[in-house]
Design a protein around this ligand. Structure first.
Ligand code: SAM
Length: 326
C-alpha cells in the first residue's frame, strides 16, 4: 500500500526515527522499509514531517501486529530508547513499575529499564537512575554510524541531541583541528574524527574520558583522538591558537569558559556555542558574551542561530555557530 514516508539515508535512520517518534509522527500501521541504502519511515502527518524531512509516497507493507507497552497498559507511556535500555521519567513508583513490566513484556528489544531519579547535577551533569529492570546502567548506543559505550550513572549523555550533533558533524572537513571543551564520551569528537578531523576532547569526568578513549577504539579513530581528563581552563595554554573548530556544550555555564575558548581558537575558527535562554531573546546573551570575549582580537560573525529544542516552558536550548577571524 502507498503511504507518505520520510526518506532518509540509512545511517541517519535511527536518529530520524527517534526524532519522528518524539514528535509522535510515525505511522505504526506500516513497516519501516530499507531499500538501496535509504530508509522509508511511514508518517501520519506528511505536512508536519516535511518541515524537517524529505517526504515521498512509497509502497510499504502493513505491519504485523506486535505487542507494544501501550497494548499492555491502559495508557501510552512515554520512554526513550538508548541502546538496549528504555529510559522513563516517572515520579510515581507504582506507575514506573507498571511501565517497566509492560516494556519488558512487549516485543521491544529492551532488557534494561531505567527511571530518572534526579535532574542532571553538579559539574559532571550526571543524574541518578533507578534500575527497574536489567543488570546495570551501562549501554551501547548507535547513532549516525558511530557506536558509543557509556554508563548513564557515571557520565552525561542525551540521545535527544543526535540530530543536532549530526548537523554540526556535517560541517567538519578532513584534516581540520577540532577541540571539544566538554567532550563527555565523545558524541561530537568521534563523528568529527570519522570525517578525518584531528580531535582533542577534554572533560573533568574521568569515567567519561575512559569511555571517550574506548569509543575512539570502537570506532577506529584512536589515531585522530586525544582525550584529556582535566578542567579545560588548565589545558587551554597547551593548545593556544590551535583550533579550526571549537565545541562548547555546557549550557548555563559556557560563558565562564570563553576566555579559554578564545585562547584555543586559531586564526579562523568556528565556535559552536550551546546555551539555554528565555525564548524572548535566546541568542542575544550568548552573542554578546562571545563578542565581549573575542573582540577586537577577532572579527566575530554569527553564521547560524539554531534552536536545538525546547528545554522548559519559555526556555530554549540553542546553538550559535560563530566564525572567529583574527
Ligand atoms: N559534549 C558531551 C555531550 O554532548 O554529550 C557532554 C556534554 S555535558 C552537557 C558537559 C560535560 O562537561 C560533562 O561531561 C562535564 O563533566 C564536563 N565539564 C564540566 N565542567 C568542565 C570543565 N571545567 N572542564 C572540562 N569539562 C567539564
Amino acid at each position: 500500500m502507498e503511504v507518505p514516508c520520510v526518506r532518509v539515508e540509512r545511517e541517519a535512520g535511527e536518529a530520524t526515527r527517534s526524532a519522528l517518534a518524539d514528535a509522535d509522527l510515525i505511522d505504526d500501521d506500516y513497516e519501516i522499509t530499507v531499500e538501496d541504502g535509504w530508509l522509508y519511515i511511514p508518517v501520519t502527518d506528511p505536512d508536519a514531517a516535511s518541515s524537517e524531512h524529505a517526504v515521498v509516497r512509497r509502497t510499504v507493507s502493513e505491519r504485523e501486529t506486535q505487542t507494544t507497552p501501550a497494548d499492555l497498559l491502559a495508557f501510552d507511556p512515554s520512554y526513550e530508547r538508548l541502546g538496549e535500555a528504555a529510559l522513563i521519567d516517572e515520579d510515581d513508583d507504582e506507575r514506573a513499575r507498571a511501565i517497566a513490566d509492560a516494556i519488558l513484556e512487549s516485543d521491544l528489544p529492551v532488557g534494561t529499564v531505567l527511571n530518572k531519579a534526579s535532574k542532571v547535577k553538579g559539574e559532571t551533569r550526571v543524574r541518578d537512575w533507578d534500575v527497574l529492570a536489567g543488570e546495570d546502567t551501562e549501554v551501547v548506543h548507535r547513532e549516525y554510524g558511530c557506536e558509543f559505550a557509556l554508563d548513564l550513572a557515571a557520565v552525561y549523555f542525551s540521545p535527544r541531541l543526535a540530530t543536532e550533533r549530526h548537523r554540526v558533524s556535517e560541517q567538519v572537513a578532513a584534516g581540520e583541528r577540532a577541540f571539544d571543551m566538554f567532550a563527555g564520551v565523545g558524541p561530537f569528537v568521534i563523528p568529527f574524527a570519522k570525517r578525518g578531523a584531528e580531535c582533542v576532547g577534554v572533560d573533568v569526568n574521568e569515567t567519561a574520558i575512559d569511555y571517550l578513549r574506548e569509543n575512539a577504539r570502537r570506532n577506529d579513530v584512536e589515531d585522530r583522538v586525544t582525550a584529556i581528563c582535566a578542567d579545560v581552563r588548565e589545558v587551554a595554554a597547551d593548545y593556544e591558537n590551535w583550533a579550526d573548530r571549537l565545541v562548547m556544550n555546557l549550557p548555563h555555564s559556557a560563558g565562564a569558559f570563553l576566555e579559554s575558548a578564545v585562547a584555543i581558537a586559531g586564526d579562523d575558527c568556528v565556535l559552536h556555542y550551546y546555551d539555554i535562554q528565555h525564548e524572548d531573546d535566546p541568542f542575544g546573551p550568548g552573542e554578546r558574551a562571545i563578542r565581549e570575549a573575542a573582540e577586537p582580537e577577532y572579527d566575530v560573525t554569527v553564521e547560524t542561530r539554531h534552536t536545538v529544542r525546547s528545554y522548559a516552558p519559555h526556555e530554549l536550548n540553542v546553538c550559535l555557530d560563530v566564525r572567529l577571524r583574527r
